[in-house]
Design a protein around this ligand. Sequence first.
Ligand code: ZN
Length: 501
Amino acid sequence: MQQRVEDLKRLFGQVHDLNAAANVLEWDQETYMPDGAAEARAHQVATLRRLAHECFTADEVGTLLESLATETQTLDPGTTQASLVRVGRRDYEKAVRIPASLVAAMAEAVARGKQAWREARATNTYAVFAPHLERLIELNVQKAEALGYNEHIYDALLDQFEEGMQASTVEAVFNALRAELVPIVHAIAEREIPEDNFLHQRFDTQKQWDFGLEVIKDFGYDFRRGRLDRSAHPFTTAFSITDVRLTTRLDEQYLPTAFFGTLHECGHGLYEQGIDLTLNRTPLADGTSLGMHESQSRLWENLVGRSRVFWKHYYPRLQAFFPEQLAGISLETFYRGINRVRPSLIRVEADEVTYNLHIMLRFELEQSMLEGRVAVGELPERWRAKMEEYLGVCPETDADGVLQDIHWSLGALGYFPTYAFGNLMSVQLFEQACLDLPGLEDQMAEGQFDALLGWLRTNIHQYGRTLQAAEILKRITGEDLQAAPWLAYIREKYGKIYGAL
Ligand code: ZN
């Protein structure tokens, strides 16, 4: 058996290297590549991805996985060998179930769809994107049928991003969330709005950069195994556990963009850097799900970075960077300013409180489209109605409404809910960390995060994909994904800013 495990690792290692090389090229494309190289780069990435897919779906891999599946059955499922075979097999089956013709059709539809989406958004013409969306939905239905599902067609698509999660569970959690959150958001909209003009001034970008860097170093992000660069859309990518890259976007006229974006990506990066090194070059060397990944970014961005105790330590530091801009702005005013809640049209600009409503709306529309309950032509109207109902605001243009996100044009349906899972889980996990680590708040108020990072590494990061997200959450908190802790946190925190909610 040992020889065959080694053979499997060798093959997985090759697949990993090809994908990592493609990741390097994609990272470069978003950071330093000259525009003229776009077409050549698209070919290079496509070739590497195709080779990786061919290597991974080779008969040799299937045969090895098949024979090892029986033999590893008696092993503890937590061992690397058993996990490697179990997770490898799941990935393999998904990869071979989707016929090559469908993969090609999807790639073509995405290429066309992305272009149409850009044009539709720029000219505010939904009709330009609609036929492409229709095609992408049709292909997603075919994909879901190929992957298979028990209950809802949505399950198959969701499973690509959040393994084991069911649409019915999402629905139950979202229903509980919506019932309490909509009235909270409507109540906040009626209250006095905290001042935040001071955040909209000229803030030297080099100083913004330096301050962000200082904070993520304190968080424990390892610059010997990573780096931070600029890009139009912030992201995190990993080429190996020993090379995890972050990017951020700088806005000279608005302080929070770069700072919270940097903390967010750092949260993703800390997760990737914390995976056990013995899992390197295997399919286990990755975050276990998009939801768990997002829980890590949200934890550092919101529960740490937007907390009062955090700024007790860092506000004087920030004032030292920007003495003119922040002169006369008290810690309390600053804290309330960065936590201002404003029901708005655009998801990526949404605050901590309203964000989940943007996600619920997308989840509901995706489900309706996949099940054929809403036609693509009706989508803009449905979008406006739901925005009005949930957030009390209504987009005047489709560019600010149904056309705002790139995800559907990429054929990614089933992806959005993972953002909300991340928000909810971040609170469930952080509360347990506070219970397990007495004195955590005092440490945060001193700018010390070793204990928190250590706790996250021990309980979450090190496992990579060895454990599924739901298992990790259950092990740590004894609970499944829930809306109640997040709602309680929001009531408590924002009740203090806006008055009882
Ligand atoms: Zn994220």
